[in-house]
Write a protein that binds this ligand. Structure first.
Ligand code: MG
Length: 332
């Protein structure tokens, strides 16, 4: 078994996930800008990444990090099973009180408004896969009832777990496709809206199979074939091909896809990761937070300019949650 990652990696993951969100969001300006080339031009006018200090109010966190923190702090309870899901629901409801100026998505607003916490009603070790499937799907379902939405939560949880285990992004796509049938067994077993879920199930896996095939990511297909896509225009065009209604990274299937593509292409370069996963014409804070969090788990903080994380909103909460999650996963 791989050696436990140092706690600093968990801290890097939470801090950089928040940095990717704040940068991609830019108070809504960049989240809703549809041209990556314009974002890159504005970045140059600001003096480039190294000249930006991610600090509120200009670079405040968006809904993505507030809900990510809610998930992290819910998991910090150390609870399991239904008690954990109740705790997560409580954190999501509370998080929705902190959405002023953070542009939460309509599904999150609707989903959390229907939660009634209190009422009855990973993968670092293979035997934990059932827990990863359950917690990611059920936490995802609290805000996004559609399989394309909550399977995005599963994909991100799985990618994070694989990164913790030291598995390279080259294998994450095939691993996701391998896990999907287990996820269906879980959803069928729980028995909630099985017919509706079945009808909408295939889109996510079909999209991922097409993507993985196109990049040579399926097992036995040799080394990955990731196109260079050197300009923002080319990246916008490519990401838009995977998107629903042309808004790249807005959905559960393509947000982790844009993130994985960026991780594959960027290697250990933080700047390249930002160019590809954060500074594009789609839903840049969502793809940015996923990619930057996974990148932090792999590479840590040392190659990232300190101005990207030292003044982040909620920095102490992010660090506290990271330390606690590491302690729960690996012991002191
Ligand atoms: Mg957001």
């Amino acid at each position: 078994m791989a050696a436990p990652p140092p706690p600093e990696r968990y801290e890097a993951a939470l801090l950089l996930a928040a940095a990717g969100d704040a940068l991609g969001f830019r108070g809504g300006l960049w989240e809703y800008c549809t041209a990556g080339a314009q974002i890159h031009a504005e970045l140059r006018a600001l003096g480039g990444l190294n000249r930006i200090e991610l600090r509120p109010p200009e670079w405040r966190l968006s809904d993505d990090t507030v809900l990510h923190l809610a998930t992290a702090e819910g998991l910090c309870s150390g609870l399991e099973g239904d008690a954990l899901l109740q705790e997560l629901a409580r954190h999501y409801v509370a998080a929705m009180e902190d959405m002023e100026g953070r542009k939460p998505g309509p599904s999150s607003i609707l989903g959390t408004s229907q939660l009634r916490p209190g009422e009855p009603h990973g993968y670092p070790r293979p035997e934990e896969l059932p827990t990863l499937i359950q917690v990611s799907i059920e936490s995802g379902r609290m805000t996004h009832h559609h399989p394309t939405g909550y399977l995005g939560a599963l994909a991100v949880a799985l990618f994070g777990a694989l990164a913790v285990r030291g598995e390279p992004p080259e294998v994450w796509g095939a691993e996701l496709l391998r896990v999907l049938p287990h996820a269906w067994e879980y959803v069928e077993g729980v028995g909630v809206a099985v017919g509706d879920n079945a009808a909408a199930w295939d889109f996510f896996g079909d999209s991922w199979r097409r993507y993985a095939e196109s990049r040579g990511l399926l097992e036995g297909c040799g080394p990955p074939r990731v196109p260079a896509l050197p300009t923002p225009e080319e990246r916008d065009a490519e990401y838009a091909r995977w998107a629903l209604q042309g808004w790249a990274g807005r959905s559960g299937h393509d947000a982790p896809m844009v993130a994985l593509e960026a991780l594959l292409a960027a290697g250990d370069s933080w700047e390249e990761l930002c160019a590809r996963a954060v500074l594009h014409g789609g839903d840049s804070d969502s793809t940015g937070t996923i990619a930057a969090g996974c990148w932090g788990l792999r590479w840590g903080l040392s190659a990232v300019p300190p101005s990207m994380h030292r003044a982040l909103e909620y920095r102490p909460r992010l660090c506290r949650a990271a330390r606690r999650l590491h302690e729960l996963a690996w012991g002191r």
